[in-house]
Design a protein around this ligand. Structure first.
Ligand code: CMC
Length: 381
C-alpha cells in the first residue's frame, strides 16, 4: 500500500548506508575505506586490503601478523569435502562447484564465533578453488603451505605437481596480488546485494556468500571475464574484423554485447580497468610472452572508443575487459576466471554482510507493480 517507486534494476535506489567502498562514476574514482585504489594497489598486499575492508582500517605490523596467522590456523578442509568434490561431474562449471562447496562447508565448521567464520572463509576458499582446478586437470589434491603468504600459497596450491618442488615466480605473485585487490569490493553490485539480501533474512554467512557466488557467475556480472576472452578468441578466429563485431554489439536486434564494456555506475573510465590494462602489459612483458589477445583487446578498446555509439552511451572498458588476459598470462584457464574474481571479492562480500548486521538493516523485501489478471473466479466444466 502507499506510493511505490518503480525502479527496475534498482538503478536509483539506495538500499543501505555503507562505509566500505565509494565510487564516483563521473570521475572514474574508487576508494576502499577512503583510500584510492591507485594507492592501495601499489602499497598493500591483498591480505592487508582484506583486513582494511573487513575492519575499516589498515592493519599495523602486529595486527597483520596476527590476522595472517589466524587465517593459517584454518588452512585445511574436512576430508568429506574432498569426497563431495570427487562426486561432482567434471563437466560442471568451476563456479557451480565453488558455490556448492562453499555452501556445504558450513556443515563441517564447528566454530560459532562470527570473527572465526570470516577467517575460515578466507583460509578455505583458496583451497576449494585450487581443488576444483586440480580436479579439472586431473592432478591429485593438494594442501595449504603455512610457510607461504596468502597469494604464494594460492599459487602453489594451484600449480604444484606432486613430488616436484614448486618455484614461486615473484612476477606472477605480484600480478595475482594486484588483480585480487582490484576485485576486493565494489559497493552494491549484484552479488554483494545478493549477499546482503540473504543476510537480511538472517541466513547464515556461508549460504549468503554461496548465493553471492551464484550471482557473480552470471555473464553480465563476474562471468563477463570468461565471456571477454571467448569473445576475443572468436574475433581472432573469424579473421580479426573488429569493426564487424562492434557493429554487431550496436545492433539492437542482436543480443550480443561487447563484453567487458559498460558499467552501471562508471560513466567514465573504470579505474580498475586502467590498472588491469597496465598489469596485463607488465606481466606479459616481464614474463617474456607474446599474447595476440592483448594486442587485439587494445585495438578493440581503441576502435570502440572512436565510435559515437560507445561515446554517447558512455560505455568504457570495465574490470573484466583486461583481467582475463592477466589470468591467462599467469597460467589460469578461462573456466577459472570467475572463481578468481570470487576469491578477490570475498572480503567485500563478508564486510557487507557484517555491516548489514551491525546496521540492523531490515529484511530486504521490494515491492512490485502488479500487471496480472484482476480478481476472477475458477470455472471448471
Ligand atoms: N555493448 C553494447 N551496448 C551496450 C553495452 C555493451 N557492452 N553495455 C550497455 N550497452 C547499451 C545498452 O544496450 C543500452 O542501450 P539503450 O540505452 O539504447 O537501450 C545502454 O548501453 C545502457 O545499458 P544498460 O544495459 O541499460 O545498462 P546497465 O547499467 O543496466 O548494465 C552492464 C550495465 C554492465 C550490465 C552492461 O553494460 C553490460 O551488459 N555490459 C557487458 C557485460 C559486462 O561487461 N559486464 C561486466 C560488468 S563490470 C564488472 C562486474 O560486475 O563483473
Amino acid at each position: 500500500t502507499g506510493f511505490i517507486t518503480f525502479d527496475p534494476g534498482f538503478k536509483n535506489t539506495g538500499i543501505t548506508k555503507s562505509s566500505i567502498s565509494f565510487i564516483d562514476g563521473e570521475k572514474g574514482e574508487l576508494l576502499y575505506r577512503g583510500y584510492p585504489i591507485e594507492q592501495i594497489i601499489n602499497q598493500c598486499s591483498f591480505i592487508e586490503t582484506s583486513y582494511l575492508i573487513l575492519n575499516g582500517e589498515l592493519p599495523n605490523t602486529a595486527q597483520l601478523k596476527s590476522f595472517s596467522e589466524k587465517i593459517k590456523k584454518f588452512n585445511s578442509i574436512h576430508k568429506e569435502i574432498n569426497k563431495i568434490l570427487d562426486n561432482i561431474p567434471n563437466s560442471y562449471h568451476p563456479m557451480g562447484i565453488l558455490s556448492s562447496l562453499t555452501y556445504i562447508l558450513d556443515a563441517f565448521i564447528n566454530s560459532l564465533r562470527e570473527e572465526d567464520l570470516y577467517l575460515h572463509l578466507l583460509a578455505k576458499l583458496p583451497i576449494l578453488a585450487a581443488l576444483t582446478y586440480r580436479k579439472k586437470i586431473g592432478v591429485p589434491p593438494t594442501y595449504a603451505d603455512p610457510h607461504l603468504d596468502y597469494t604464494s600459497n594460492l599459487l602453489k596450491m594451484f600449480f604444484s605437481i606432486p613430488n616436484q618442488s614448486y618455484e614461486l615466480n615473484p612476477i606472477i605473485s605480484d600480478a595475482l596480488n594486484k588483480i585480487l585487490i582490484l576485485h576486493a569490493d565494489h559497493e552494491q553490485n549484484c552479488s554483494t546485494t545478493t549477499v546482503r539480501l540473504l543476510g537480511s533474512a538472517h541466513a547464515g554467512l556461508f549460504s549468503s556468500i554461496s548465493a553471492g557466488m551464484s550471482a557473480l557467475w552470471g555473464k553480465l556480472h563476474g562471468g563477463a571475464n570468461q565471456a571477454v576472452i571467448e569473445m576475443l578468441e572468436a574475433i581472432l578466429k573469424s579473421g580479426g574484423n573488429i569493426k564487424k563485431w562492434i557493429e554487431k554489439a550496436k545492433n539492437k536486434k542482436d543480443p550480443f554485447r561487447l563484453m567487458g564494456f559498460g558499467h552501471r555506475i562508471y560513466k567514465n573510465f573504470d579505474p580498475r580497468a586502467k590498472i588491469a590494462k597496465k598489469v596485463a602489459e607488465n606481466v606479459i612483458q616481464q614474463l617474456g610472452i607474446s599474447d595476440p589477445i592483448l594486442e587485439l583487446a587494445k585495438e578493440v578498446e581503441r576502435k570502440a572508443l572512436q565510435d559515437s555509439y560507445f561515446l554517447e552511451k558512455k560505455l568504457y572498458p570495465n574490470i573484466d575487459f583486461y583481467s582475463g588476459i592477466i589470468y591467462q598470462a599467469i597460467g589460469i584457464p578461462k573456466e577459472m576466471f570467475t572463481v578468481m574474481f570470487a576469491l578477490g571479492r570475498l572480503p567485500g562480500w563478508m564486510a557487507h554482510w557484517k555491516e548489514m548486521k551491525s546496521n540492523k538493516d531490515p529484511i530486504g523485501r521490494p515491492r512490485q507493480i502488479y500487471i496480472g489478471y484482476k480478481k476472477r473466479n475458477i470455472k471448471k466444466n
